[in-house]
Ligand binder design. Structure first.
Ligand code: OAD
Length: 313
């Protein structure tokens, strides 16, 4: 069945009133929400997959950094690469992490399903969180599954370039779901339960390119549950699944959620400090009024479905 866009959710105003009344929001997040924390995303121009120096790391392609078969064969490229990440301290949550924590504080959050492995949600105080792709700050042996002592492993990696090994002499791996590994069973169980209860879905800072994890939420949710996208660029959901998000808010996610918080009355600053420009049907660019934006050159519209499709059984 192909989900069709909802007739009653098509403007920024509709999104604001939806968030005002929502009590069981599912928030799906991706790497875009940690970019302002200094962590690049994966697939943008400046993203990890485009900027990693494969020659220096001695790998044929950047995607292999997160490939389980490759890691088992040679974990050195992954650990060389991840030293930069472990060396980044202290990391502060972004305005978007804070926004999700505020949704929880205001009893609106059913669950935040994050694809991020940086663990910043916990720093922001988000309790209702599922880390769909695991966490880079916990370690386990790839053979005997014994847990590693994270602070010691990270310290040795940073100071002595030591690749972590278990007492059984196999390698330790951070508890990230690498390509080739299955997603946590707890995630699937939680999705099955949450889709029955959720009253709106907010998708923030993700290209939705990875199937099998958060995509299951969009696949399983009731077709009448509103789906809103907040992202720097439009995101194309498979046309087999839906004819697009009900509303897309384009721009820096931190700015967009700050604007939303002003509209919800959660901040003292005025909503008039922002502009919401219509880009195309159901797609708006949201930005601070004191920032100039050139819509015609800045916004890729190729992913927007504005065409109506008949619902198929
Ligand atoms: P991607 O890099 O694929 O997508 C990030 C999205 O965030 C892109 O659409 C960007 O345009 C958008 N974006 C970047 N900065 C933004 C900002 N400041 N405000 C709003 N939007 C912004 O990252 P993910 O979709 O998270 O897997 O990638 C999913 C998975 O693919 C990751 O979890 C990772 C990777 O392989 C593992 O680590 C196992």
């Amino acid at each position: 069945m192909v989900r069709t866009q909802l007739e009653h959710i098509r403007t920024v105003e509709d999104v604001v009133s939806l968030l005002r009344r929502s009590r069981h929001l599912i928030v799906i997040t991706g790497a875009g929400i940690s970019v302002s924390c200094g962590i690049p995303d994966f697939r943008s121009q400046n993203g990890i997959y485009r900027t990693v120096d494969c020659e220096a790391l001695d790998i044929p392609s950047a995607e292999l950094l997160f490939d389980i078969a490759y890691f088992r064969m040679d974990p050195i490229p992954f650990y060389k690469f991840s030293r930069t990440f472990y060396g980044m301290t202290p990391i502060q949550p972004s305005a978007t992490h804070q926004f999700i924590a505020n949704l929880e504080r205001h009893k609106k959050l059913l669950r935040n399903y994050t694809q991020n492995i940086d663990g910043i949600e916990r720093l922001a105080g988000i309790g209702k969180i599922i880390e769909c792709h695991g966490n880079i700050n916990e370690f386990r042996c790839i053979k005997c599954k014994r847990r590693g002592d994270a602070p010691i492993i990270i310290e040795k990696l940073l100071n002595y370039n030591e690749i972590p090994k278990c007492s059984c002499s196999s390698y330790m791996k951070p508890e990230i779901t690498f390509f080739g590994e299955s997603f946590p069973k707890s995630m699937k169980k939680c999705i099955d339960k949450d889709v029955l209860k959720c009253d709106a879905i907010l998708v923030i800072g993700t290209s939705l390119k990875v199937g099998g994890s958060v995509m299951e939420i969009l696949k399983q949710a009731d077709e009448n549950v509103p789906q809103i996208l907040i992202n720097k660029e439009t995101v194309q959901v498979s046309p087999k699944l839906s004819d697009g998000f009900d509303v897309t808010l384009l721009g820096q996610c931190d700015e967009i959620v700050t604007y939303i918080e002003t509209r919800l009355g959660w901040r003292e600053d005025s909503p008039s400090a922002y502009q919401c420009n219509l880009v195309s049907e159901r797609v708006f660019r949201v930005f601070p009024s004191n920032v100039e934006t050139t819509i015609s050159t800045d916004v890729p519209l190729t992913g927007v479905h504005s065409r109506k499709r008949k619902r198929k059984a």
